[in-house]
Design a protein around this ligand. Structure first.
Ligand code: ZN
Length: 298
């Protein structure tokens, strides 16, 4: 441990989480503020504020996890869906100039995957895929120990030609996302059990043995398995980590996913790969943003 510290900032659609992160992934301090959504300038002011609250003399770099595909060549967020940030500004250069520190940026799900790889479920492997199931579906991949810094938008893989319309501003159809998120589960749950039942209640009903709830989660898990099966055939990972709030569905979705992955994977890869839940919970995005900051020091 060389004493170097950075500030990690995880910018979400409802909260901005900021913290001081060490090389060992430990957080010295952290704070949570609500995300200003009125305009891009209000959002940027909110993010500046979160950084200023953490600034200490020995902070060496800043790292940001953003809910958007990132263009690493230009430092821009390309199509943020739930925050008012667009590609009119070079976010990375703006922050570097404002704070006079090296700055790294990445997609929030990439950052979470990086944290799980270093300090969570993936700490003993070299190649790992992560899928984050929340209101949307994000992804990240670590290949031979290196975080892939490209898009890795695994939620937007086509799993069914001309299938369900995707969520948010995505114009695609049959993407993984509209089948496997907590949002998707809530829709299916409400169609079956009425408007008061959301994805959390659906999982509780399954735990209580309600057969139709178990069946709905089984259907979601099989579609998740189809997506993971394709990722196994592309990356041949040792481990697939499932994070995000809807990962609380656990083996109700992971067991059917494992069955489909075993079928889809080439050369036994679908049977070898481990599919597990993430370990770091909501801290993964913040710790990962810190790791992105350390990479900016290289
Ligand atoms: Zn999509």
């Amino acid at each position: 441990m060389d004493g170097t510290q950075v500030i990690g900032v995880d910018v979400g659609g409802t909260k901005i989480l900021a913290g001081i992160v060490g090389r060992d992934g430990q957080m010295a301090r952290r704070r949570e503020n609500s995300t200003p959504l009125g305009s891009q300038s209000e959002l940027l002011a909110g993010i500046d504020n979160a950084v200023e609250e953490m600034l200490e003399d020995d902070v060496a770099a800043l790292g940001f996890g953003l809910p958007s595909p990132i263009d690493q060549r230009t430092g821009r967020a390309m199509q943020a869906v739930n925050i008012p940030l667009d590609d009119s500004i070079d976010f990375r250069a703006r922050m570097a100039e404002r704070f006079g520190l090296p700055v790294g940026i990445d997609n929030d799900a990439n950052a979470a995957a990086y944290a799980e790889f270093q300090f969570g479920a993936g700490r003993d492997v070299r190649t790992m895929v992560m899928l984050t199931l929340g209101s949307g579906c994000g992804g990240g991949v670590v290949i031979e120990g290196e975080l892939y810094r490209g898009w890795a938008e695994f939620g937007h893989m086509v799993i069914e030609y001309d299938g369900l319309p995707c969520q948010g501003t995505c114009t695609g159809r049959g993407h993984l996302e509209p089948y496997v998120t907590g949002f998707a589960a809530t829709k299916l749950a409400q169609a079956e059990f009425g408007p008061a039942v959301d994805s959390h209640r659906l999982v509780r009903l399954a735990r209580e043995g309600e057969p139709r709830a178990i069946e709905i989660l089984d259907g979601i898990g099989r579609r998740l398995g189809a997506g993971i099966g394709s990722l196994v055939n592309i990356f041949n990972p040792e481990l697939v980590v499932i994070g995000g709030g809807f990962s609380a569905a656990g083996d109700f979705i992971l067991d059917p996913a494992r069955e489909i992955v075993a079928r889809e994977g080439l050369a036994g890869a679908g049977k070898r790969v481990q599919i597990v839940r993430a370990e770091l919970g909501t801290a993964a995005g913040l710790i990962g943003a810190g790791l992105v900051a350390f990479d900016a020091l290289k």
